[in-house]
Ligand binder design. Structure first.
Ligand SMILES: Nc1ncnc2c1ncn2[C@@H]1O[C@H](COP(=O)(O)OP(=O)(O)OP(=O)(O)O)[C@@H](O)[C@H]1O
Ligand SMILES: [Mg+2]
Length: 240
């Protein structure tokens, strides 16, 4: 199912996003290549979701350019987006994944086996026949992950996927994300949870008021933040 062309590196060049006089994103430049997960952190309203939407191609910047593997137009099938609150079809868990596969043009005769493999990967094989909307929040988020991974995305963008989950459900989602990362999917994930950032991140994008305030390896970000804003954020102080 993989197309021949890569979507990496993902390059943003002076990307701004404005709504009237408000700068939601302000001249953000960055390059994301393959490798360990990139975690997007920052206070509420700093532009994390907006940045992820631009990386997916869901939102176009008002200024600046986005390029995937050197191209400004690419098929979104190489990328997948996971929202904080997954939206499930009123069907079984298995049917939700099968639907995703059908949408992606996956051959009908191989769908059932692939659905099983994906449900197994996220620990939901026993719940295959359960109506998706009756699953718990954590189970629904794992199902959403299976659906996103069904397309074997090269880039998986996740917007605070564990924000409403308890610690055990959070760990379960993190394990699946790490497994995807190890099998070569580039993870770009927004998170409020600094513990989670420490557990998952290879590098960190730290946003403040729509600006990319700091971009660093995770260890450097935590041990040697170079801006007062990052230092305050890591201490748990209010960053305005
Ligand atoms: N379409 C829009 N029109 C006007 N303002 C917007 C729009 N989308 C986002 N904003 C504003 O841009 C800012 C950044 O929003 P965004 O959702 O990207 O932040 P965030 O870092 O994801 O926040 P949170 O941590 O609360 O999820 C916010 O002040 C938000 O109100
Ligand atoms: Mg957000």
């Amino acid at each position: 199912m993989r197309a021949a062309l890569s979507d990496l590196p993902l390059v943003l060049d002076r990307v701004s996003l404005r709504a009237g006089a408000t700068a939601i994103l302000d001249r953000v430049s960055l390059t994301l290549g393959p490798g360990a997960p990139t975690l997007v952190v920052g206070p509420n309203g700093s532009g994390k979701t907006s940045l992820l939407r631009i990386c997916m191609g869901l939102t176009a910047p008002t200024e600046g350019t986005v390029r995937w593997g050197g191209r400004s137009e690419t098929r979104p099938t190489r990328r997948a987006f996971l929202f904080q609150e997954p939206v499930m079809l009123r069907r079984s868990a298995a049917a939700n994944i099968a639907y995703g596969l059908a949408q992606a043009g996956y051959p009908r005769e191989r769908r059932a086996a692939r659905v099983e493999e994906l449900l197994d990967r996220v620990g939901l094989l026993d719940l295959a026949g359960r109506p998706a909307r009756r699953l718990s929040g954590g189970e629904q988020q794992r199902l959403a992950l299976a659906r996103a991974l069904a397309r074997e995305p090269e880039i998986l963008l996740l917007d605070e996927p564990t924000a409403s989950l308890d610690p055990a459900a959070t760990r379960h989602v993190e394990e699946i994300v790490l497994m995807a990362a190890r099998s070569g999917t580039k993870i770009v994930m927004a998170s409020h949870d600094l513990g989670q950032v420490r557990r998952l991140a290879g590098d960190v994008l730290f946003m403040v008021r729509g600006r990319l305030c700091e971009q660093a390896d995770a260890a450097d970000f935590f041990d040697r933040p170079t801006t007062p804003e990052a230092a305050a954020f890591i201490r748990g102080d209010l960053v305005l």
